[in-house]
Design a protein around this ligand. Structure first.
Ligand code: FE2
Length: 377
């Protein structure tokens, strides 16, 4: 792992952040059954009813349920008829992330700044209005069929977006303490990582803050390479993975085979109390990757003193890593749809700003055991 000094995007000073991003606004998944997906994310992950659009709101072709937990908003969208772009997306990829929406002050400027630097437009700046005000959205393509949508909502006082009503049901599973999107990871094809690193640097003003090569991330069988991109103000982090040559098929290759494209590999969501959060998630049926219990025999030698008791961490299989600034606790779910593609990471940061490099080997061996069971190693 190499920690790079703050590197200027070509032609720009570090102080000049031409694309100030305020946070992740929402993440939209195209799913085959949005109604059941919404129930799953409520029941299993503790999301809450938030917003809805569909036949009842005058929508003819799609249905979207929006579920929320603290700052995290998931939009779950399905088509209502055959032969639609969304239907074709689901047919090709299975369920997966279509939109990583980014909150900005000026969606028109964000679109101009990025498209003038080479981004391919997905949506020209578009004003949407209702009685609660106006929202401007614009969008650009990134890897695979994934897009960024820039959301300007400073003149909007409604719940979510124009076109959506509040979604209210009588079913309210409690939250599990998930707070915000910490990072989102993209899997790209062999040889394409640096293309997307350059895209984020040149088109979006991000910096490459961490690099992992195949020596950092390899087991006896499989390898991958990863670079972590951070927005100018550091609020948004997108690691980008590509497969590396190994004796067997890497998890990134397995993803690319089953997603049949580049796409979002995992959403990392933050909690202030990972022991409590993971205890609740497990009780609700969320399945996690498991490292061997021997992982815990020497863990404190590696990470030093931590605030938590080791026993519950070991019991739940929570992983620990330390960097120069502190430590972090993390755990990864198994894929959350039929295809072995997208999964979630639960992360609690206690000072550490890194991504758990010390856990990669144990983690990838755990993934390989799952791949072995699937016959895809
Ligand atoms: Fe991660």
């Amino acid at each position: 792992m190499s920690v790079l000094t703050q590197k200027e995007a070509p032609g720009l000073s570090v102080a000049e952040d031409f694309l100030p991003l305020k946070g992740t606004d929402y993440v939209e998944l195209y799913v085959s059954n949005s109604k059941q997906a919404a129930h799953y994310y409520k029941t299993a992950f503790g999301f809450q009813d938030f917003a809805y659009k569909g036949l009842e709101t005058g929508e003819k072709d799609i249905e979207s349920y929006v579920v929320a937990q603290d700052k995290i908003r998931l939009v779950l969208t399905s088509p209502l008829h055959s032969d639609s772009a969304i239907g074709r997306h689901i047919d090709k990829h299975g369920d997966g992330v279509k939109v990583i929406a980014l909150w900005v002050d000026d969606a028109t400027d964000a679109w101009k700044q990025t498209t003038s630097r080479g981004a391919k437009s997905f949506m020209e700046p578009t004003v949407e209005e209702d009685e609660h005000g106006r929202v401007v959205r614009s969008g650009i393509h990134i890897y695979g069929e994934v897009v960024h949508i820039f959301v300007e909502r400073k003149d909007y006082h409604g719940l979510f977006l124009p076109g959506y009503n509040a979604w209210k049901t009588d079913y309210h599973p409690t939250t599990v303490g998930l707070k915000y999107v910490d990072h989102m990871v993209g899997n790209v094809a062999l040889g394409r990582m640096n293309h997307w690193v350059n895209f984020y640097e040149e088109v979006m003003g991000f910096r490459n803050i961490l690099t992992f090569d195949d020596k950092d991330i390899s087991t006896e069988y499989t390898a991958l390479m990863s670079k972590v991109m951070s927005s100018g103000n550091g609020f948004i982090k997108f690691p980008i993975n590509e497969p590396a040559a190994g004796k067997k098929k890497s998890q990134v290759e397995e993803y690319l085979d089953f997603y049949e494209d580049e796409g979002v590999q995992h959403l990392a969501v933050a909690t202030d109390n990972i022991i409590d959060t993971v205890t609740k998630l497990k009780a609700r049926g969320v399945e996690f990757l498991r490292v061997p219990s021997t992982y815990y025999d020497t863990i404190l030698d590696r990470v030093g003193t931590i605030d938590e008791d080791l026993a519950p961490l070991k019991e739940l299989g929570i992983l620990i890593d330390r960097d120069d600034e502190g430590y972090l606790l993390q755990l990864f779910t198994k894929p959350v749809q039929s295809r072995p593609t997208m999964f979630f990471e639960i992360i609690q940061r206690k000072g550490a700003k890194s991504f758990g490099k010390g856990n990669f080997k144990a983690l990838f061996e755990a993934i390989e055991r799952e791949q072995e069971l699937r016959g895809t190693l």
